[in-house]
Design a protein. Structure first.
Length: 235
């Protein structure tokens, strides 16, 4: 009799344990099912929220017309894009000959100068910039020498040999003028204008692309913009 009760209790406990397992597994499955059913609604809600945010806070699209770009570029005026600092030794002399010891005048000038080249954007016209889609065609003025001068604080007379009556008051002035010309010639031979043009194009390209354009093409003459078609009248 006692053994029958033990077996009955065991069966009851097993049934209860099985029922608990079924309830737990069923609960987990139900939760997964509910989550699976709710996921599409959550995705739809997220999409609607993104669309609502786009409507209430739209991303601005900036389209710059050629006139705007023209004013932006032209406002830079004289764009200095290349600078050379040059030292040059200049020898100047006068009254040389058999009586140089008496009438001669000779000096050595150590000249320090600066040559600056760039582009004068004030020379641009509206037609020098043409926009076609996301491409901007630009006709920049040619690079030119903007400054070519001596640094008077650093330039000095290294040596001067003058006869008793050979002092030439204009000799130093002529030497300085010759030094300016020589410094300019050195800069030109070294390609300062080409460097200035390239640097100007790089600077202007960055400025225009910052306005949202993808491509900037530099040309000698900007193309004629295509005419805008007028809307036809509705019959």
């Amino acid at each position: 009799m006692s053994n029958s009760r033990v077996n009955l209790n065991t069966v009851i406990m097993l049934l209860i344990l099985f029922a608990l397992v079924v309830v737990i597994v069923g609960g987990i499955a139900l939760v997964s099912l509910i989550r699976g059913m709710m996921q599409p609604f959550e995705e739809v809600e997220q999409t609607l929220q993104e669309q609502f945010d786009e409507l209430t806070n739209p991303t601005p699209t900036i389209i710059a017309d050629p006139v705007t770009i023209y004013h932006e570029v032209r406002s830079l005026s004289r764009l200095e894009t290349a600078s050379y600092t040059i030292e040059k030794i200049i020898t100047a002399e006068s009254g040389q000959g058999p009586f140089a010891f008496l009438f001669g005048d000779r000096l050595i000038l150590v000249a320090h100068g600066q040559v600056i080249a760039g582009v004068d954007l004030a020379k641009m016209e509206e037609g020098d910039i043409v926009v076609e889609g996301d491409t901007v065609f630009v006709a920049l003025p040619s690079a030119e020498i903007l400054v070519a001068t001596l640094n008077n604080q650093k330039s000095y007379i290294y040596d001067r040999d003058t006869g008793p009556v050979g002092m030439n008051p204009a000799l130093e002035t002529e030497a300085r003028q010759a030094a300016e010309e020589a410094i300019l010639e050195v800069a030109l031979e070294d390609g300062i204008l080409e460097m200035a043009q390239q640097n100007a194009e790089t600077y202007v390209r960055g400025l225009i692309m910052a306005l949202g354009f993808r491509r900037v093409v530099f040309v000698e003459e900007a193309p004629t913009p295509a005419p805008t078609a007028e809307p036809s009248a509705t019959p």
